[in-house]
Design a protein around this ligand. Structure first.
Ligand code: ATP
Ligand code: ZN
Ligand code: ZN
Length: 755
């Protein structure tokens, strides 16, 4: 039998993941050592026995085999949380590519130098009872008064309990008596006071809300909870509930039951929906057993949360994508809220999707995964229809008296013809004025993402699309229109090919501009703006949302940040200023994203007793994503979208692997991407018959960034495994290829953004 070697990480607790040491797996341990195994190894001078974790296994180590020592034994702790996380990292690397070290760093946070917060308290030294002697000693000192005042304060009967006094922090002392840090320190030095230190964990959640009792679940909610908990044949559950149907209450009821069983829960929420309001609801319900993660926390705060989890101090974590890797060893459930959200896909290597990795993790842990959304991704809904996931539906709003809003679609071409060049249609303006008169609030939503470069005709709404791909083309320098999927290009015409109008332009409208226009149109209203500019500072997003909640603004204007999860009972009008901006953002998910955004945005209206109105302004009133969103008809959207994906060979009909080549020399990047495409075509023909589809190569949509050229092709296949094989083949090919140094490769499995 050939020798097998293991790479071992020895310093995992300290987050030192880059250094691995090679060890031989001795014959007697064959079959017992696996990725993630905890092992004892001889280490360093004198071969001290230490523990480590196996992160890789190979037949050919990079190190001189004659110098490699043997693993001494396998520690029998299959349940070590590190073992599970390492196995998860291995699977991430296998499916999404990248190195094992990158994958390990994804699942185990690297400990930076973080300063622990040390709390100091002071109390009278019980061993030093001769205070009067001390007074005598210092009576001629100028500093006598200040010291006596402080000691007397500690001696005050109200403070000195039976067991000899209290411990007070510097703030407590200052609140009770005039004293400085210097005086306190001097008394500590003289042995009159004693200082105690202990480590305080930083917790970003404070008790913002009083403890909250559970609501009484309605019938649909209760059935979802029971079915999810009782179902033993599904690992993954899709909770499909319309906006405001009380999904969060379902999550909390599930968690309560998981905790009763002594297990732990992870709740993932997209970063921008991770509002104070949501977090507070969990905190009000579960108290200090909740840890919160978000990217605005300092490294110290993040690391403290990680430690608290590892030491069993928390049972629930609420956070974005990365909270998936909380070191819970009694994990009972993972909940992924707004499961359709693109934020669950990592934008760094390894580009994993949290939804899929969560499914692997619950499988390892014997736990359950619950995916929740009002607008499920077509992947997830498809799997639920196929019986792979079990489906639970909430069809109506939970709050008594609340109905889904009434939605109208306004054709912007009509408005243009009526000579309305403003940004508000007659209908939207009328609803806004009525709401303001009733002292109700309004949300105006402007989607700016992904329309950079997209061009349309201002008078008829015609959008320039690639004749081969059915995706919109973008303008490149020199006035060329180009398709990112196939590379087809054509010059930008001077007049619209559909109506002959010369008004061809991008729709360049920012939130700031909208704010100005509101003030012009509706003098006297108070506008709050939520976008990347106004939320750049820590906590400013919360401040704006809280102001709006307190009705310190009549109208909230914002980008997609405002559509997620918020619950403002007084909002009765939601206006979507131009729904098309996300539709032609040149990717195959554009329709799905448009449908989701519109449905979610509409879901912010009329969440309490007062009826809600929604106005969607668009150049494409007939497009199915807009028609279905206006009817809040997910099923009919799903049916049309899944047909489109199947017809065009896009996920989930196939899996799709992006191969992106990057380098400073454009010629070499071009040669390399063509060489890669050629060899992989060959490979696919030999191994996968005609089933693998190759699209490209072409320039990436951002064809150059920071002087690095980007070129891309796509591989499509029904099976994940075929694409994994193709990727591994390309990785191997790269190592020996001519430009392996000048050109680097990146992969993205089932991309959610445009390349
Ligand atoms: N059973 C119930 N009885 C009364 N009120 C409820 C019940 N369930 C939920 N609610 C209330 O209804 C409102 C909406 O609930 P929640 O925020 O959980 O909905 P959601 O489905 O998560 O919404 P969205 O997807 O739109 O963000 C909340 O104010 C919540 O307190
Ligand atoms: Zn036109
Ligand atoms: Zn094309």
């Amino acid at each position: 039998m050939p020798d097998v070697y293991a790479d071992v990480v020895v310093d995992i607790a300290a987050g030192n993941l880059d250094r691995v040491f090679a060890y031989k797996i001795p014959e007697r341990l064959a079959g017992q050592v696996d990725i993630g195994s905890q092992v004892m190894i001889p280490f360093g001078k004198g071969d001290r026995q230490i523990q480590g974790f196996v992160v890789n296994m190979t037949g050919q180590p990079d190190y001189d085999v004659n110098k490699i020592k043997e693993i001494s034994q396998v520690v029998n702790s299959e349940l070590a949380i590190e073992s599970q996380l390492i196995r998860l990292a291995w699977q991430i690397k296998k499916v999404y590519g990248g190195t094992m070290s990158q994958a390990l760093k994804t699942v185990i946070p690297v400990r930076r130098q973080v300063r622990a917060i040390v709390e100091r308290t002071y109390g009278l030294n019980p061993d030093h009872f001769a205070v009067s002697q001390y007074y005598e000693k210092i009576k001629n000192d100028k500093r006598y008064e200040a010291r006596k005042r402080l000691i007397d304060f500690f001696l005050a009967p109200a403070l000195s309990g039976e067991d000899g006094g209290v411990s007070l922090s510097m703030e407590d002392i200052k609140a009770g008596v005039k004293a400085s840090k210097t005086v306190v320190q001097a008394l500590v030095d003289e042995g009159i006071l004693v200082e105690q230190t202990f480590r305080r964990y930083r917790s970003p959640v404070k008790a913002y809300m009083p403890p909250e009792a559970a609501v009484v679940l309605n019938e649909e909610q209760q059935r979802a909870v029971d079915d999810i908990l009782n179902d033993t044949s599904h690992l993954v559950h899709l909770l499909f509930g319309v906006t405001g149907s009380g999904k969060t209450e379902v999550y909390m009821a599930l968690i309560a039951r998981i905790l009763e069983k002594g297990r732990q829960a992870i709740v993932l929420i997209p970063e921008i929906a991770l509002s104070l309001q949501t977090v507070s609801r969990f905190h009000a319900r579960f108290g200090d057993r909740v840890a919160v993660m978000n990217s605005r926390l300092s490294d110290g705060e993040k690391y403290d949360q990680y430690l608290r989890a590892k030491r069993g101090k928390v049972d629930i974590v609420v956070g974005p994508r990365s909270a998936l890797f909380m070191p819970f060893d009694r994990l009972g459930m993972i909940i992924v809220d707004e499961e359709h959200d693109g934020a669950y896909k990592s934008e760094n290597t390894p580009r994993y999707h949290a939804r899929d990795v969560a499914a692997w993790r619950v499988k390892m842990a014997g736990a359950k995964l619950v995916l929740g959304s009002a607008t499920p991704s077509v992947e997830s809904y498809g799997r639920a229809k196929a019986g792979i996931y079990s489906l639970h539906t909430l069809t109506s709003r939970a709050r008594s008296g609340s109905r889904l809003p009434q939605v109208s679609v306004v054709d912007l071409r009509e408005e243009f013809r009526r000579n309305n060049k403003g940004i508000f249609s007659g209908k939207l303006l009328k609803y806004m004025e009525e709401a303001l008169a009733r002292k109700e609030q309004i949300i105006l939503f402007l989607n700016r993402r992904g329309f950079a470069g997209f061009v349309s005709c201002r008078s008829c709404g015609y959008v320039f699309k690639c004749r081969h791909c059915d995706v919109s083309m973008t303008v490149h320098t020199g006035g060329m229109l180009k398709c990112h999927y196939c590379g087809w290009e054509q010059p930008l015409p001077k007049v619209c090919p559909q109506c002959g109008s010369p008004y061809i332009a991008g729709f360049g409208l920012g939130t700031q501009k909208v704010e100005q226009l509101i003030y012009q149109t509706l003098p006297g209203v108070k506008v709050l703006r939520l976008d990347r500019d106004t939320t750049a500072q820590k906590d400013s997003m919360e401040n704006i949302l809280e102001k709006f909640r307190r009705h310190e603004g009549d109208i909230l204007v914002g980008t997609q940040m405002i559509v997620k999860g918020h619950d403002f009972p007084n909002v009765t009008v939601v206006g979507v200023l131009a729904a098309d901006l996300s539709m032609f953002s040149n990717d195959y998910m554009a329709a799905e994203r448009t449908f989701q955004l519109l449905t979610q945005a509409a879901g912010r209206s009329g969440r309490d007793q007062k009826p809600g109105q929604v106005v969607i302004q668009t150049y494409n009133p007939e497009h199915y994503s807009i028609v279905c969103a206006s009817r809040q008809d997910y099923l009919s959207f799903y049916r049309q979208e899944i047909n489109y994906r199947a017809m065009m060979n896009y996920p989930p009909a196939v899996h799709m692997l992006v191969v992106l080549a990057l380098g400073r020399d454009e010629g070499k990047v071009g040669k390399q991407i063509h060489a890669l495409a050629a060899v992989v075509k060959d490979f696919a023909a030999k191994n996968h018959g005609g089933e693998m589809i190759l699209v490209g190569p072409s320039d990436a949509s951002i064809s150059k960034g920071k002087d690095v050229y980007r070129k891309v092709f796509y591989l499509k296949h029904k099976n994940y495994s075929a694409l994994i094989q193709a990727r591994e083949f390309l990785e191997k090919y790269m190592r020996t290829s001519e430009y392996s140094r000048e050109v680097s490769l990146q992969f993205d499995m089932d991309p959610m953004s445009v390349y």
